[in-house]
Design a protein around this ligand. Structure first.
Ligand code: BDR
Ligand code: CA
Length: 316
């Protein structure tokens, strides 16, 4: 059985990723690391704890990750994030605070320890900035060869960015960290905007959850309806919201949902292209063996699974 760690900056699609991972029977969610991005790290970590409690999974430990990128001294939430995910990352809903506490061990140390313990059985899914993973690699470079696989949500290779014409939000938060991760020999799949913007959820689906008349169904319907409305303001043509983060979890569990290409990727760290994920010209003649980028997704199979799993989870 696979072990999974999620590294989340818990906004709305991160909340969906968390639910997807919990609903999977073939994998043990052994921990969640809180990150900054959609929200401050404290808020994101608390959101994960509260959502786990809502979903009856308070047994999953939650660790706090780093609060800002390695090249900045602090972090402030961008107005665009607050608009898309709400000021608290979860559509300004007040879900009950669980009395359960955040673990004492740091997220970075937890990650390093878990990789040594589970090695190839361990899957890591970061759906926020890559700050924690880069810090873990820096602290213990041996982990890149030990871990099973990293399936990350971030980047844009064949399509424009979403926070700048060339950059996707997660990578843009900490381009240096992302560059270090992409240039390491860690086995990874980049699940970027190339594929995530093709997976859409609409109000038809959230109505199904609402009709369950359970607390979890209602909260998740409220979350996603808020996200759909925010999406409508910037992408009126889309007709739904993109399932960025849950697609990364699904692909970690079932890589054949995606079609990928092997490519040595680097990340631009200097303005005006900071955060751009692009083929690394310095490694053009070196065959890529560890880094894949997703270029296509079986949308129907993914959405069907996504709805089956989450609806079953919210029913109980
Ligand atoms: C990514 O940025 C965040 O706002 C979302 O949660 C997702 O991880 C999409 O670019
Ligand atoms: Ca995210």
């Amino acid at each position: 059985k696979y072990k999974m760690i999620l590294d989340l900056d818990t906004g709305i699609d991160d909340a969906l990723a968390l639910a997807y991972a919990l609903a999977d029977q073939d994998c043990d969610l052994i921990g969640i690391i809180g990150s900054y991005g959609n929200v401050l790290v404290e808020q994101g970590t608390q959101n994960s704890l509260d959502l786990l409690a809502l979903l009856g999974a308070s047994n999953v430990p939650v660790y706090e990750g780093l609060s800002h990128s390695s090249t900045t001294s602090n972090f402030a939430v961008q107005p665009v994030s607050a608009r898309i995910h709400g000021n608290n990352g979860i559509a300004n809903l007040k879900i009950k605070h669980t009395p359960k506490k955040i673990e004492k061990q740091s997220g970075v140390d937890f990650l390093i320890e878990a990789i040594h313990k589970y090695q190839k059985d361990l899957l890591l899914v970061p759906t926020g900035p890559l700050t924690n993973l880069a810090a873990a690699i820096k602290k213990d470079p041996t982990i890149t060869k030990l871990i099973g696989h990293v399936t990350l949500m971030g980047g844009a290779l064949t399509v424009p960015g979403n926070v700048s014409p060339v950059s996707e939000a997660n990578i843009h938060q900490d381009p240096e960290a992302a560059d270090e991760v992409f240039k390491s020999d860690i086995p990874l799949t980049m699940v970027g905007l190339d594929v995530t913007t093709r997976t859409l959820l609409t109000r038809n689906e959230t109505q199904i959850w609402r009709n369950l008349h359970t607390k979890a169904g209602e909260v998740y319907a409220d979350l996603v309806d808020y996200y759909i409305d925010a999406y409508k303001q910037t992408n009126p043509h889309l007709g739904g919201c993109a399932l960025h983060d849950p697609l990364a979890v699904a692909a970690a569990l079932e890589p054949n949902l995606l079609q990928t290409v092997y490519l040595n990727i680097k990340v631009d760290t200097i303005a005006p292209f900071e955060g751009r994920t692009i083929g690394d010209e310095a490694r053009l003649n070196i065959p890529a063996t560890t880094t894949q980028a997703a270029i296509n997704v079986d949308v129907l199979r993914f959405i069907t699974k996504f709805m089956e799993r989450l609806t079953t989870l919210f029913e109980n």
